[in-house]
Design a protein around this ligand. Structure first.
Ligand code: ZN
Length: 159
């Protein structure tokens, strides 16, 4: 450093910091010598997080999951949203097909109901015709039975 008066600077306590860290990690000095050190796992690291709540940082130009802290690749995120929309699209098409199928099924049932009503009406007419014939036949039968009775009575008198 090229400062005129080093006494104005806060005291360099990096040695103290190292001593302090060593109390917790005896190999902290080895880690210090490395060029690349893995960041510790996020506290809320959750392998099953779907990263549904996103923090958009326009300074860092970075998307971060607010639930698990993972940095989200914007393309991956938009791609997953697109996949979701594709799924919804497919589901809506399936639903529309089902509605069309149900409608044509309903039309068929309505036609069948109409046919059945027509058949019931026709059969009711036939039944009423048959009842009229039965009534007529019963009357004839009663008349003939009476006649036979009269003939038998006459024969009985004659013999
Ligand atoms: Zn997440």
């Amino acid at each position: 450093m090229n400062l005129s008066d080093e006494s104005d600077l806060p005291p360099d306590d990096s040695d103290n910091v190292l001593v302090f860290t060593r109390r917790f990690d005896a190999n902290a000095d080895i880690t210090e010598m490395r060029n690349f050190v893995k960041a510790p796992d996020a506290k809320s690291k959750n392998r099953w997080c779907t990263h549904a709540k996103i923090l958009v940082d326009d300074h860092l130009r970075q998307l971060t999951c607010r639930l698990c802290g993972k940095v989200i690749d914007p393309f991956d995120w938009i791609n997953s949203v697109t996949d979701g929309e594709t799924k919804v699209d497919w589901e809506l098409q399936t639903l529309r097909r089902e509605i069309t199928d149900h409608r044509s099924g309903l039309e068929k049932i309505k036609r069948e109901e109409l046919n059945c009503r027509e058949r019931v009406k026709t059969l009711q007419f036939k039944l009423s015709d048959l009842n009229a014939e039965i009534y007529k036949a019963n009357k004839e039968l009663a008349f003939l039975t009476e006649r036979i009775g009269q003939v038998k009575a006459l024969r009985g008198k004659n013999s």
